[in-house]
Design a protein around this ligand. Structure first.
Ligand SMILES: Nc1ncnc2c1ncn2[C@@H]1O[C@H](COP(=O)(O)OP(=O)(O)O)[C@@H](O)[C@H]1O
Ligand SMILES: [Mg+2]
Length: 433
């Protein structure tokens, strides 16, 4: 019985034989823990390691398995992760380079590492094992997952996000998506370093935020919308009061005066739900200068439009959309779902009046994030939106292009001028010296 030695290290953990051995060993260990009435959760890491090692050696001898030393090490590490942590994904949770952990059933575990999506050699024993780990993650959050409520979206205690969806909704086994919390959120300087946008673009966006332009960051999921929104919110002058509204709080604003609100799903009896719209309405009573909606995806959109055009200028949010024009039609669609009663014309007027700037971000093939478009919404003509493009990313030349067009928005023009004239004397005095 030397089946384990025939596998290279990475293949080892993928192989069915290893998984089956691991499954048996895991059950054996759980039985021992129960029989001996011990609680490894209270022990030091070294104590757990000693215990696990001793039991594994006993098991190997008892079963007469031919396993080499390195394989024993792998088993010991895996079993410690099973007893104390989140099984096969524990090491990914500890790995600082990993942003996202994506589990598609028992056999596929992907990670996003430095912007790139990669398949790992790790896996779970079977679907039941994935479920056990999902329950272990959700239990301290007070959230449950079963056939009657087969999906959960929640915030982890450290600020990360977890989404779990299981059969019958997930067809290929329980799926788990973890977006880890970045201890150091990306700042403007990082975005410049990574080439997500260039100086002139950042300057324009900063001026737009300071000038209180209403702004939407759009793009696909994972494109970097929340990250950019977070950076832009940092330009809100410190004397203003911000209220943020999110389904799962992710924003970590670099600002002294922020009130963070998070919606609440219904409880087990189906009661107590507080949705984004209710939160937004409440936020309006909190005397905010600006409102930031983490992700606009429902009827709260109508209230946001209203807030943007009535005293809360400079509000911002993100929206799933594939182009600036698509963003505007999505807003209309959301208004429709929200039971908007007016005509298409008045709705468009409202949208065109409220939304001033649309910034689209995208994830490139190699994993880099780019600001693909900065569009200004300039008004309406013949029941159509008027927009002009100020910047775009040219994927063929791999560079950012500034168009010849200058912003129409008078607030933004004034702000840009003010910032120009502020830097002028500084530059001049440098020449004097
Ligand atoms: N400009 C960027 N460069 C590199 N990585 C980024 C950038 N923006 C975001 N990320 C990473 O991409 C992941 C998704 O970002 P996020 O802003 O949450 O996307 P979205 O809100 O569009 O779903 C996060 O792990 C984040 O750290
Ligand atoms: Mg987001």
């Amino acid at each position: 019985m030397d089946f384990l030695t025939s596998h290279a290290h990475d293949d080892l953990q993928q192989s069915e034989q290893y998984q089956s051995l691991k499954g048996r060993l895991h059950r054996f260990l759980l039985n021992m823990v129960e029989e001996e009435n011990v609680n490894p959760g209270d022990w030091s890491h070294d104590q757990v390691r000693d215990y696990v090692e001793a039991k594994i050696h006993f098991f190997i001898a008892d079963q007469r398995l031919a396993i080499n030393r390195r394989e024993v090490e792998t088993l010991v590490g895996d079993m410690i992760d099973e007893l104390l942590g989140f099984g096969p994904i524990q090491r990914l949770i500890e790995d600082e380079d990993v942003n996202d952990i994506l589990v598609n059933g028992a056999t596929q575990i992907y990670v996003e590492r430095r912007g790139k999506l990669l398949k790992t050699p790790l896996r779970f024993i079977d679907d039941a094992h994935v479920l056990r780990i999902i329950h272990r993650i959700l239990a301290p959050l007070g959230r449950r997952l079963d056939e009657t409520s087969p999906m959960v979206d929640a915030r982890l205690p450290d600020g990360g996000r977890v989404n779990a969806i299981v059969p019958p909704l997930a067809l290929d086994g329980p799926s788990l998506s973890i977006r880890k919390f970045r201890k150091e959120p990306l700042r403007a300087g990082d975005l410049l370093t990574y080439g997500t946008l260039n100086e002139p673009m950042l300057k324009l966006l900063r001026a737009a935020v300071r000038a209180r332009c209403n702004l939407l960051v759009i793009g696909a999921s994972g494109a970097g919308k929340t990250t950019l929104l977070n950076v832009l919110s940092g330009y809100i002058p410190p004397e203003e009061r911000i209220v943020t509204i999110e389904d799962a709080a992710e924003l970590s604003l670099d600002h002294p005066h922020v009130v963070r609100l998070e919606s609440r799903p219904p409880n087990l009896e189906g009661q107590g739900e507080v949705n984004m719209r209710a939160l937004l309405r409440n936020a309006l009573r909190m005397r905010p200068d600006r409102i930031i909606v983490g992700e606009v995806r429902g009827p709260e959109m109508l209230d946001m439009l209203q807030a943007m055009s009535t005293g809360h200028e400079g509000s911002m949010g993100t929206l799933h959309a594939n182009s600036p024009r698509d963003a505007l039609s999505r807003l209309e669609m959301l208004a429709g779902f929200a039971g908007y009663g007016g005509s298409e014309f008045t709705l468009r007027q409202q949208v065109a009046a409220a939304i001033e700037l649309i910034v689209q971000v995208g994830r490139m093939q190699g994993g880099e994030r780019r600001v693909l478009h900065i569009h200004e919404v300039t008004g309406m003509a013949d029941n159509n939106y008027l927009m002009q493009e100020l910047f775009r990313y040219d994927p063929t030349r791999q560079e950012f292009m500034q168009t010849e067009l200058k912003p129409h928005n008078p607030k933004l023009q004034r702000q840009l001028q003010a910032e120009e004239s502020q830097t002028a004397p500084f530059v001049a005095s440098r020449y004097v010296i």
